[in-house]
Design a protein around this ligand. Structure first.
Ligand code: GA4
Length: 329
């Protein structure tokens, strides 16, 4: 992160009148070992588009290993980070989010989970470090993808969709267009001088893909928007995963599940590190409501492929309602 002087923090966005440390206690909690979890998952996706997962079965070593490698990377001098993973457009990013002028108090590594492209330019710092990092990433991403698929299959069961891999097969497809993101939100001590304003680490948005799996350290900052439009702060939990419904799943369920609007607020004292897997379909996949969910209902959306949605999404600012172009009037 570039070291900032006081005046430059004014270039960031802020929100007023919310209390980032008042945590919301009603986030749905899904125990993956509970035989009833499929019904609870469906309910959580309908009401929040968001839930927390425990008993996930992901080896702790995979998590701590990747997290410590991410921290090592973000601790490098800026010039080293830029050299090790140049943005092209994936790679290391600092403050700038996406191609359309959004900025946040964040630095990150962003790449596709396709094995070929993740080989890319990462960690040219040392060949040995690169190899270790790649192996930590592969272990983590494979385990998280497996859990995401299990959750998508429970969703399909809960929705009585046949076959039960109707969603998960899209993530397992060799051509699946999935992403992975490591975010570092440095603390911003100058925040104390800002009164009741909160600085934006990552601006409000919904995720375009099917499902996102987020893991963070114990630092607060993540907020989600409830259906009534109120923002609530998610209590951090370093031992659990958080799941977001993405825009594509909203379409595939014909609006029964809602993609969740979320954002991250900057912390004045502690660093926040998060790791997010964005499970997406192949580029050529038609995104449309699953026929068995329609039962006499009309599709709320015009037909489109994931490629068309992505192309349109990359022309928008973060906070934009991307699905509106694809809604039937
Ligand atoms: C939001 C979810 C993921 O982080 C992401 C983001 C992507 C980017 O950072 O390049 C986008 C954003 C995200 C949606 C709209 C466009 C694209 C930034 C942006 C302004 C990697 C993704 O897939 O979509």
């Amino acid at each position: 992160m570039v070291v900032t002087s006081k005046p430059s923090i004014e270039q960031y966005s802020y929100t007023r009148s919310c209390m980032p440390t008042t945590f919301y206690s009603g986030i749905p909690l899904i125990d993956l070992s509970d035989p009833d979890s499929k019904h609870l998952i469906v309910k959580a996706c309908e009401e929040f588009g968001f839930f927390k997962v425990i008993n996930h079965g992901i080896p702790v070593d995979f998590i701590t290993n990747l997290e410590s490698k991410a921290i090592d990377f973000f601790s490098l001098p800026l010039s080293e980070k830029e050299k090790a993973a140049p943005p092209a457009p994936l790679g290391y990013g600092n403050k700038n989010i996406g191609p359309n002028g959004d900025i946040g108090w964040v630095e990150y590594l962003l790449f596709t989970t396709n094995p070929d492209s993740s080989r890319g330019p990462f960690f040219s710092v040392s060949e040995e470090d690169s190899e270790k990092f790649r192996s930590a990433l592969n272990d983590y991403i494979s385990a998280v993808r497996k859990m995401a698929c299990e959750i998508l299959e429970l969703m399909a069961d809960g929705l009585k969709i046949q076959p039960r891999n109707a969603f998960s097969k899209l993530l397992m497809d060799e051509q699946s267009d999935s992403f992975f993101r490591l975010n570092h939100y440095p603390p911003c001590p100058e925040l104390q001088t800002l009164g009741d304003r909160n600085m934006i680490g990552f601006g409000e948005h919904t995720d375009p893909q099917i499902i996102s799996v987020l893991k963070s350290n114990n630092t607060s900052g993540l907020q989600i928007s409830l259906k009534d439009g109120n923002w609530i702060s998610v209590p951090p939990d370093q031992n659990s995963f958080f799941i977001n419904v993405g825009d594509s799943l909203q379409v595939m369920t014909n609006g029964r599940f809602q993609s969740v609007k979320h954002r991250v607020l900057t912390n004045g004292l502690k660093s926040r590190v998060s790791m997010i897997y964005f499970g997406g379909p192949p580029l050529s996949e038609k995104i449309a409501p699953i026929p068995s969910l329609m039962e006499g209902e009309k599709s709320l959306y015009k037909e489109f492929t994931w490629f068309e949605y992505k192309r349109s999404a990359y022309n928008t600012r973060l906070a934009y309602n991307r699905l509106q172009h694809f809604e039937k009037i």
